[in-house]
Design a protein around this ligand. Sequence first.
Ligand SMILES: [Zn+2]
Ligand SMILES: [Zn+2]
Length: 304
Amino acid sequence: MSLYISSLNSGSNGNCYYIGNANEAILVDAGISCRETESRMLRLGLEITKVKAIFISHEHSDHIKGVETLSKKYRIPIYITKKTHVSGNLKLEPELVIRFTSNKKIKIGELTIIPFSKMHDAADPYSFTVNGNGVNIGVFTDIGTVCNKLVKHFKTCHAAFLEANYCEEMLENGGYPYYLKQRIRGEHGHLSNHQALELFRNHRSESLSLVLLSHLSKNNNSPAVVSKLFKEHATSTKIVIASRDKETEVFEVNAGDNTGIGVIASRDKESEVFEINAGDKTSKGVNSIRQKSTKEKAGQLSLF
Ligand SMILES: [Zn+2]
Ligand SMILES: [Zn+2]
């Protein structure tokens, strides 16, 4: 049993993360236009009618840009705190607005969402973990400080969207004014590559099979640099960059077998589907990569 996840876009120009099972899904944030959300989901074979809720992490425009139109057009309920709603000045239909509070579980069909507060320069910002079919997915972006709550939730994840916003050296040596540099690296700013890496190295579980490095800065980071940094420590965990410009593949995340180590399959319309068996009792390395046949690919398509 598994969950399907994809980043439709990630970065200061827009964030939208898809997490679903075979029947229903949620979006965390709706920071690209409704039209872009539609066309990216279509390309991935994801059905927007399966999206039963949109959870809003905070009111910055890169997280809310598309929410009014998406909600209105598809009658999708929006889970948003009052402070975020007011600060974002969002015009949402009252019957489609649902409040949530920290640590209170929310059921969306067979998915369970746990919001928990995070440190970021917004009115009332939240991270989320989503559980379904025994799989835990974390959405951890726009975070200034790795707090105990984040560590606790990160430890449970089979896959995570994890912010790696900036390279310390690039930010320091770059052209941003001093106040902005301080804001980005402050305790209510964003996670640096090394902060994210420390969390990953010290607190990942053996079941963490996939990390999508997210919310990369255009000016203060490099996908190649952060990718290399993580891959040096990744062992059996697959590392993917969530792009600022396009959707990722859809990844199938499994809870793993009785060794507790996860299995991933990924696909999009052009790339091959790989199943990566992360290891067995004797070895924790990647020990088999099998390209699925066209027939198997067609079988997977029907799941979306
Ligand atoms: Zn953001
Ligand atoms: Zn933000």
